[in-house]
Design a protein around this ligand. Structure first.
Ligand code: SF4
Length: 359
């Protein structure tokens, strides 16, 4: 395969057809970083509003580093995987403290920044600094698996090393940023997961799968895992001021980094790791007055499919013995403190909306 010609054809196509996107306007590593992390969560069209709002609130690395975590998380709402937002915030502080606010252009140093792994590092170094690092995201893996008719599963970590080798081999080291953006764009727009549009593909003459009429066979992936069905029951415990109780438990399997209303997890044959309440909180729940159980819809977290329920309870704050790590907050501030779409599903429920909180 003539790698050089492939990259030239790919970049010529990119130059002609690339979408005008806000993060392509300049080569600012901060903007590239934010866009790449958001793009790991969702497609371009769905992330643009989030990107604009984030950059308007935090236009520079220094603004992000000095911003409040609550604000960062609230701007992340809807994107999911809130740890990534927390890491962006921590990463910005780390760069301010350790590199005087300037992104290091050394791969090892850059990967010391919280939240920056090999993929993000390669994207920043190639696009912002024109350094010869090839990116390997989901789109690129799919394109490479077809171009090379790669018979291994692309989501297997040892195969990723082989694919990284292919990506390095194809990289145009003179224009690494352009090359990387072009191959990612090709995967997003033409070499799509289903129905790739090979007839207009700029690299079809190099693509082994296309030449051998075997495109439908690639990429090879692991069989989908069957989802584990779970029931989450949230206990909304209100005090005399209609504030809701949240608590922190770093041992929780789900949302260990957030204060949440207490919730019980149930399901068939669950291991102990699913136990969601510590002893003190279990005691409190067991002594709550009985309340109606309300269905709040479905939710999904990685390999779990979840049915959400909640119940409403009123307690006198003084009757709850002073437990560590509990707090009462207004219902309006709950989405910021526990930024999961679970909260909006519960808050939208008509039963909660019409509830009389008076004691
Ligand atoms: S020819 Fe088809 S399968 Fe091959 S890279 Fe292009 S779009 Fe993908």
């Amino acid at each position: 395969m003539n790698n050089k010609n492939l990259s030239v054809d790919l970049q010529t196509w990119f130059h002609q057809f690339k979408r005008e996107l806000p993060f392509r306007k300049n080569k600012d590593p901060y903007r590239i970083w934010i866009s790449e992390v958001m793009l790991q969560q969702t497609r371009v069209n769905s992330m643009l509003d989030h990107y604009r709002a984030f950059l308007s609130e935090f236009p520079t690395l220094a603004d992000l580093a000095s911003g409040k975590e609550e604000k960062v998380l609230s701007l992340w709402k809807g994107l999911g995987y809130y740890n990534r937002a927390k890491n962006l915030h921590r990463g910005a502080k780390y760069i301010m403290e350790n590199f005087n606010g300037l992104f290091p252009s050394d791969s090892k140093e850059l990967q010391k920044v919280p939240g920056i792994g090999p993929y993000t590092s390669n994207a920043i170094l190639s696009i912002a600094f024109s350094l010869p690092y090839a990116v390997l995201d989901g789109n690129v893996k799919r394109v490479l698996s077809r171009v090379f008719a790669f018979s291994g599963e692309i989501d297997n970590s040892s195969n990723e090393k082989i694919l990284q080798g292919y990506a390095d081999e194809l990289l145009d080291t003179k224009f690494p940023g352009n090359h990387n953006e072009a191959i990612m764009e090709l995967g997003a727009s033409i070499c799509r997961p289903k129905d790739p549009d090979c007839t207009i593909c700029p690299i079809s003459t190099y693509c082994i799968a296309f030449q051998k009429k075997r495109v439908g066979e690639f990429p090879k992936t692991k069989l989908p895992i069957e989802k584990i069905p779970l029931k989450f029951h949230f206990y909304l415990i209100f005090n005399e001021s209609s504030e809701v109780l949240i608590y922190e438990d770093p041992e929780k399997r789900f949302f260990p980094k957030f204060k949440t209303p207490p919730f019980l997890i149930s399901g068939e044959n669950l291991s102990k790791s699913y136990t969601s309440l510590n002893h003190e909180m279990s005691e409190l729940i067991n002594h709550l007055p009985e309340a109606k159980e309300i269905y709040a819809g479905k939710h999904s977290i990685t390999k779990h499919s979840i049915h959400l329920f909640f119940s409403i309870h009123k307690v006198k704050e003084k009757d709850i013995k002073k437990m560590l790590n509990i707090e009462f907050i207004t219902l309006n501030s709950l989405p910021n403190r526990f930024p999961s779409s679970i909260v909006s599903k519960i808050l939208k429920n008509p039963f909660l909306k019409s509830y009389n909180f008076k004691f």
